[in-house]
Design a protein around this ligand. Structure first.
Ligand code: UDP
Ligand code: MG
Length: 342
């Protein structure tokens, strides 16, 4: 037997990536909607961490804040030339704000982080190390969700289950937008033309080498979440419909099941009448059958409408967001047209 075959050890290269020193090492995208009390503490912590990585830019995207967030961002960018800022003409939503940051990032790696310090900036160091090890998407995964309310945990797990089952995208549970990506992943993200988008789902959909980094998600530094139950439900529905046509098949199945049920009932009525001579009785059965069929039809129509509405929005080709102003970090090249198209 060849003994040499037993002597090798698989050694993964410690660092497969080297930094291009002439370029920004990391761009950090921060979507901001009414976060006036969080921005300064975030900047302090973030810049302390990013200095350890190398050259960086922080891109604040102000999603139409109505508090003092915009002027705080302006003051920060006047003090620090590594800060870029984008100001939307109104609130376009978190997914649009994140997309704007990604469209404009110029770093070799690009991270997304929430403005409320729920995602600890220090975790970026480990994410960056994993990128250096050769991973293209390094995403934060919550170690536990124990300090979140039970209803949030319950609805989230239903969402993850439905999303994975229906979309065939293997999105890991308990992940948010907190992630670091290689520039090539961001380049492919820029190719996505759709208006209805779910950023984290799309980055998982893209493929590439992906790696989780476990972390404990903190409480909001201050202020309140912008996501109530209905906004979360909307986002979940958009995420699923945006990536999969499977709900339409569910509607077909529901129609099929209702048809089977009514045929069974009809067979039972015929059998009772002609074999046992029991006449068909009772309007209760008739009414509930009617309601059942009506319900299935309305459900199916509604679902079709949801998709038609989405198709309508896509063909309108409206921009994802409207920028009223931008402040570029010094040295970076503006890459975006004013309207947010690629
Ligand atoms: N956000 C945004 N536009 C919105 C809502 C939220 O840019 O319409 C930002 C918000 O400022 C924060 C991030 O998206 O930086 C996540 O929002 P939030 O903390 O309210 O969500 P949660 O963490 O509760 O899911
Ligand atoms: Mg938050």
């Amino acid at each position: 037997m060849d003994s040499r075959r037993h002597n090798f050890r698989l050694v993964r290269p410690k660092s497969t990536r080297e930094l291009d020193t002439g370029r920004v090492a990391i761009s950090v995208v921060v979507p901001v909607y009414n976060e006036e009390t969080n921005l300064n503490p975030l900047y302090e912590r973030l810049s302390r961490v990013l200095t350890k990585i190398g050259s960086f830019e922080i891109l604040f995207v102000d999603d139409g804040s109505t508090d003092n967030s915009a002027s705080i961002i302006r003051a920060l960018s006047a003090e620090d030339h590594r800060i870029g800022a984008f100001f939307f003409s109104r609130n376009f939503g978190h997914e649009a704000a994140t997309s704007c940051g990604l469209h404009n990032a110029s770093g070799q790696t690009v991270a997304i982080i929430d403005a409320d310090l729920q995602d600890p900036p220090e975790v970026l160091l480990e994410m960056y190390e994993q990128w250096k090890n050769g991973y293209d998407v390094v995403y934060g995964q919550r170690r536990s969700r124990k300090n979140e309310p039970l209803n949030v945990r319950f609805t989230s797990s239903i969402f993850y289950y439905a999303f994975r089952a229906l979309s065939k995208v293997n999105m890991p549970v308990n992940t948010g937008d907190f992630r670091l990506m290689d520039e090539k992943v961001v380049a492919s993200f820029k190719e996505f033309p759709e208006r209805n988008r779910y950023v984290r789902g799309l980055t998982f959909w893209s493929g590439y080498r992906q790696k989780a980094v476990l972390f404990d998600r903190d409480k909001r530094f201050s202020g309140k979440t912008k996501y109530n139950f209905f906004k979360r439900a909307n986002l979940a529905f958009d995420a699923i419909c945006g990536i999969s046509g499977a709900p339409l098949r569910l509607a077909t199945l529901a129609g099929f099941a209702a048809t089977l049920l009514s045929l069974t009932i009809a067979a039972h009525v015929v059998y009772a009448k002609f074999i046992h001579n029991i006449p068909f009785q009772g309007y209760a059965l008739l009414t509930s059958g009617l309601f059942l069929i009506g319900g299935v039809q309305l459900f199916t129509l509604g679902l079709l409408g949801e998709y038609v509405g989405r198709i309508y929005r896509e063909v309108q080709q409206r921009p994802l967001y409207v920028l009223k102003e931008r402040l570029c970090p010094k040295g970076s090249q503006p890459t975006l047209e004013k309207t947010g198209h690629k």
